[in-house]
Design a protein around this ligand. Sequence first.
Ligand SMILES: Cc1ncc(COP(=O)(O)O)c(C=O)c1O
Length: 454
Amino acid sequence: MKKDSITRRKFLKKTSIGATGAALSVGGATSVYANIVKQADRPAILGGKPVRTEPLAKPWPMYDDTDVQMYLDAYHAKNWCRLGGSLVTEFEKKWAELNGVPYCIAATNGTSSLFASLSALGVGAGDEVILSTYTFVASANVIPTLFALPVFADTDPETLKIDPNSIEERITENTKAILPVHIGGGAADMDKIMAISRKYNIPVVEDACQAWLGEWRNKKLGSMGDTGCFSFQVSKNIPSGEGGAIIGSDQKLMDLCNAFTNNSRPPRRKGATLSGYPYPGLNFRMTEFQGAILLGQVRRLVGQQNLRIQNAEYLDSLLKDIPGISQVKKYPGETRNGYHLFMMTYDKKYFNGLPKRKFTQATRAEGIPISTGYTPLNKEPFIEYHLSSRVFKSIYSKQRLDKFRRDNRCPVNDVICEDVALWMGQRVLLGGRKDMEDIAEAITKIQKNASKLL
Ligand SMILES: Cc1ncc(COP(=O)(O)O)c(C=O)c1O
């Protein structure tokens, strides 16, 4: 064990409960020590001293002189569009290699990667796509933009991933794709999802926009479905401001994705014979600047992901001693987590009934940036906006739209959003063990003082 680390038992002694007793025994309740302890023990939201005054999240994005030089080289090369350059192509090769797949197509962002994937699979008017509900809005909004219905599956309350039983319940003859999200970087249950895909012959688009280098049974997340999509938006673990990629193994499908991101063009692969504009397409091309940034960023990805895993495991071990809060469960098939988020489940019963939102306000006042997480996506107004649009009303009968509205319920996900799910962003996992101890200390402090915070 490293010198600066402490055991879990010592940690608990060091936190407010242990510290109070120790200080009082030195000088009595009226001593100066007692006052200091009182201050430290009182929640910061009620005027006490915060556990943490230094920011917990590391500055982001990170870069060094080499990154800057690579960017400037792209600038001076004057091939600002990838059609004349080689940097995006170089990144595509690297990303395909890292993910163990033959093909990678870079794109403007994760949203366009999902859009191109579903388009290449032929998803369109009259179709249904079953997707995770506990996710960022971009996973969903590509579907109605293609004039298909986003069928929200309910969420597994222990893992916060899509519930495979709920997928199967929602399959109809109109289901054209399944879109599971590896939210936070943890794996959805790919054994069950791929079994459903095979059973009903429905393709899978993996939303791995938060799951770079995560694994399921040692295969990379994103590499098991018909396509896998990534985001390199600036908050992401490998950032390029905006950016995205599609990976896959099916040549024909990837040719369609390629055309979709590159104005209908055929692939530039050796031996490819097509010319002109053979397939449907738009322009979702990544610029050479993004290529340069990603080639710089990818150098530190594995090291940073390892550090995130190490810190997450330590924090997980500390949380095991605090009843009512824990890291979300992982499916046994998950062999590596991409850790975009450290996701937790909260049980207010162990916090004197303190609602989740009050808990996060209190922890934030302690300097610990815990988020209340996503809101119920299936209830967001953009869905009804599409349903009541002129185009949707011309594609779908009133009965079908009304049935969709009636069935669009995810009761487990509602409870998760309201009372259970919490998370912290990846930047808090880039510090040291003391940072993780501060998180656990703040949670313990709030737990101890929960009745005062109601
Ligand atoms: C789960 C998920 N899917 C899709 C996206 C869309 O990616 P982008 O922002 O690059 O378009 C994001 C990005 O935040 C995401 O987190």
